[in-house]
Design a protein around this ligand. Structure first.
Ligand SMILES: Cc1cc2nc3c(=O)[nH]c(=O)nc-3n(C[C@H](O)[C@H](O)[C@H](O)COP(=O)(O)OP(=O)(O)OC[C@H]3O[C@@H](n4cnc5c(N)ncnc54)[C@H](O)[C@@H]3O)c2cc1C
Length: 336
């Protein structure tokens, strides 16, 4: 475990200034040491990765805790599947590229999502019709209250759309140190998502690498690069409504609709925001991206308060026009 580093600026893709004390651990044993240290100091531990899904305050009270392990080990194999155990500190996109290069099928739709492997289960990252939950076999880590190590199987992770037990009962309570992925070389490709199908010109792709390349190209066209325009990706979750709601709301039949397995319909939060005319709306240094209505960017000097006030204005406008309350996707810390 590193020694406690005081008053460090925390990396985050919205480029908000945030100072906190930090600790880095390599894995489960050191994480247990960190729990003992935090208990002795009477402080809480807050797990973080690359900061690509957080809205940070000027100063964070707890100790920001990072996992540095980037290892990848094969821990199981049968005729069909291989199970890979991946350290929480591994970069997500690099892991996706490695699996696809080795011939495994499944994670290609999730290419170019920023962040770490350890954060992927937290909101069950998803894109272009796939969610990571379908490929997670187990999650290993440490209970930050008791200091006990614990493994959860996929059912215990309680995955659903942009949600898991780590955002529910285990919020701020569990440090993920490693994730087991179960992958096959013979799984089917999934290119049903309309934008992806269009990008592939309606052709059936031959390989996971072709799908990965198409996803990377699409994301580069559609999403602002956080290096150039700091952001946290989608700021709001897509709302899910009943079919009767769609028939009753003004303009409902014209909205893009994604039918869900339970019969309900997922809408596009970006479409709703765009149709409220909010692209380009500003609050201090925060702005609704002109390229993508679901993205809030830091145009320079934005504070957490700017970002949250802008988000409140979006929620209010969509509520007024459509009667739907958008829910924020990134995790907001501390007081603005
Ligand atoms: C340009 C852009 C595009 C994006 N596109 C998508 C997308 O298509 N789909 C999607 O689902 N998301 C997307 N995101 C959001 C983000 O990339 C993911 O949520 C990612 O998994 C966050 O990883 P991170 O390491 O940056 O986590 P952080 O932002 O640092 O943390 C996010 C949450 O995870 C928790 N956490 C992090 N590491 C651990 C750990 N080891 N143990 C326990 N808890 C932990 C934190 O406490 C926090 O609550 C996008 C973000 C950006 C900037």
């Amino acid at each position: 475990m590193t020694s406690l580093q005081y008053n460090r600026q925390l990396p985050n893709t919205l480029a908000l200034p945030c100072a906190a004390d930090t600790l880095c651990v390599s894995g489960i044993e050191q994480a247990r040491d960190a729990v003992r240290l935090a208990r002795a100091l009477g402080r809480s531990l807050l797990p973080l990765g690359e900061g690509s899904n957080v809205v940070l305050p000027g100063a964070l009270q707890g100790i920001a805790l990072y996992v540095t392990d980037k290892s990848v080990h094969e821990v199981g194999r049968d005729n069909e599947f291989v199970t890979l155990r991946v350290g929480a500190g591994h970069a997500w996109h690099a892991f996706v590229c490695t699996t696809v290069a080795e011939g495994y099928v499944g994670l290609e739709n999730l290419a170019l999502i920023p962040g770490t492997v350890g954060a992927a289960p937290i909101q069950n990252i998803g894109a272009y019709g796939r969610e990571v939950a379908a490929f997670i076999d187990a999650v290993h880590g440490v209970d930050l209250h008791s200091g006990d190590s614990r493994s959860l199987n996929a059912a215990q992770c309680e995955f659903s759309y942009r949600h898991s037990v780590f955002k529910g009962a285990l919020r701020d309570r569990f440090l993920i140190c490693a994730v087991d992925f179960r992958l096959s070389k013979h799984a089917a490709l999934d290119t049903h998502y309309p934008a992806l199908a269009t990008q592939l010109d309606g052709q059936a792709p031959l390989s996971a690498q072709q799908v990965l390349d198409a996803v990377v190209a699409l994301r580069r066209q559609r999403l602002p690069d956080p290096e150039l325009e700091p952001n946290v990706g989608s700021f709001f979750k897509n709302p899910v409504v009943d079919a009767t709601w769609l028939r009753n709301v003004d303009g409902g039949t014209r909205m893009p609709q994604y039918p869900q397995p339970d019969g309900r319909i997922k809408l596009s939060a970006a479409w709703l925001i765009d149709h409220c005319g909010l692209k380009g709306l500003r609050e201090g240094g925060a702005c609704i991206a002109s390229r993508h209505a679901l993205v809030i960017t830091n145009r320079g000097g934005a504070t957490q308060r700017d970002v949250l006030t802008l988000a409140e204005r979006v929620v209010h406008a969509v509520q007024q026009r459509y009667g739907l309350t958008l829910e924020m996707e990134p995790r907001v810390y501390g007081d603005a």
